[in-house]
Design a binder for this molecule. Structure first.
Ligand code: TYD
Length: 145
């Protein structure tokens, strides 16, 4: 998966003086079947999350509250997204190394994921990730659509 396939998704926003409302529909706004939702919260200042890539899993990351940086690396190209609006989701395909940092106080990072949690889907060693980018062996290549 190339970093070019990682992109922001804009969710619908219903403006209302009483408070805005956004929604996310499976099968419509998300390019995979949602199998799991998890969230990071109570993140202490200066913490780094992520530091891994997934062999098959795809995700959409949303800054539900506050802001943080998502640093992406496909083994060739690196880029950073600053997420600070709850109506944007960042799609991240498989085989993308990600690090999340610069969390604002009280921020909440919501993740929609394409599979249930499986530790054997992770690359947690950056060198092993790079080796597999150059010489793929134990991953499926997700359709580059
Ligand atoms: P990890 O994915 O490494 O978190 P992050 O990338 O945000 O730093 O997961 C942290 C720990 O939580 C790790 O021990 C695995 C566990 N975990 C689950 O048990 N279930 C889950 O759905 C997730 C995402 C993590």
């Amino acid at each position: 998966m190339s970093i070019d396939h990682c992109h922001l998704i804009t969710f619908p926003k219903i403006h209302d003086p009483r408070g805005n409302l956004s929604f996310i529909e499976g099968g419509n706004h998300i390019p995979f079947e949602i199998k799991r939702i998890y969230y990071l919260y109570d993140v202490p200042g200066g913490a780094d999350r992520g530091g891994h890539a997934h062999k098959k899993l795809q995700q959409v990351i949303i800054a539900m509250s506050g802001s943080f940086d998502v640093k992406l690396d496909d083994g060739n190209i690196k880029t950073t997204f600053h997420l600070n609006r709850s109506y944007y989701g960042l799609y991240i395909g498989n085989m993308i190394w990600r690090e999340i940092d610069n969390f604002s106080s009280g921020s909440v990072c919501l993740v929609l994921a394409s599979t249930v949690y499986k530790e054997d889907d992770y690359y947690r060693d950056y060198q092993k990730f790079l080796e597999n980018v150059k010489n793929p062996k134990d991953r499926d290549v997700i359709d580059k659509g």
